[in-house]
Write a protein that binds this ligand. Sequence first.
Ligand code: NDP
Ligand code: 8X3
Length: 252
Amino acid sequence: MSKLALVTGATAGIGEATAEVFAANGWNLIITGRRAERLENIAQSLTKQYSINVLPLAFDVRNYEEAASHLNGMGDEWKKVDVLVNNAGLAAGKDPIQEGKLDHWERMIDTNIKGLLYVTKTVVPWMLKVQKGHIINVGSIAGKEVYQNGNVYCATKHAVDALSRGMRLDLVSDNIKVTNIAPGLVETEFSIVRHDGDKTLADATYDGFTPLVGKDIADCILFAATRPAHVNVGDMLILPTAQANATTIKRD
Ligand code: NDP
Ligand code: 8X3
């Protein structure tokens, strides 16, 4: 029987690649993001290409009522979620703390921490009911280390790291796996969003080395999701070969 994954932030980057890799392996999908038209197109294309069922749900993870009503409004067959991939997230700005913008801080905290919690709070009861499930949180190397001007983004990803460990403790008795995925530099829309649309600054992030792409992380997420029932991948740090830690990158 086909399995079902719910992937948040599937309109771009790591989430879109994850949806595609799961689809290619025969999984049915619930995909989410705010850009409704883009989400719909991705759903149609995956359905056609891989003969699977895909439900696109457009909502903002920062709004609990919106997230909960979209998810709870699905038919019961869509609530049999085997794997939840909490991927939606962003960095906004890369400034010293004394120059940080409130709007940037709020967007990151509301999306990366509160949004992840809102979706998890809605989905976990379905997993508890059947006493199985798997939550895969997309953290970051920024959840393991802190770098200059990374302050609030790093704090949100440290929170994801802590939440992954906390969820694992709280859900172990209910046979629910929790995995933390911690990528290094992945070339996606991430840097364009971080630099408020400044493509020159965004491109400079990946100058002189080969960064990861979304599929590299998607393959790791699929690996974690497809281990035997008794195996839980707790935490994975995935780096480009040219990256040794958050700040040490070999550039040509
Ligand atoms: P992208 O910007 O390419 O994709 C981000 C996704 O998140 C989009 O689908 C976007 O959809 C969705 N999203 C953002 N805000 C919201 C929101 N408020 N409500 C719903 N969906 C939202 O970035 P990545 O794919 O690179 O990032 C995915 C995750 O990976 C993030 O959590 C990021 O922190 C993490 N990460 C990224 C790394 C990188 O170097 N790229 C490295 C380590 C971790 P839409 O705009 O349609 O809402
Ligand atoms: C994204 C990777 O190094 O920009 O989480 O924080 S980094």
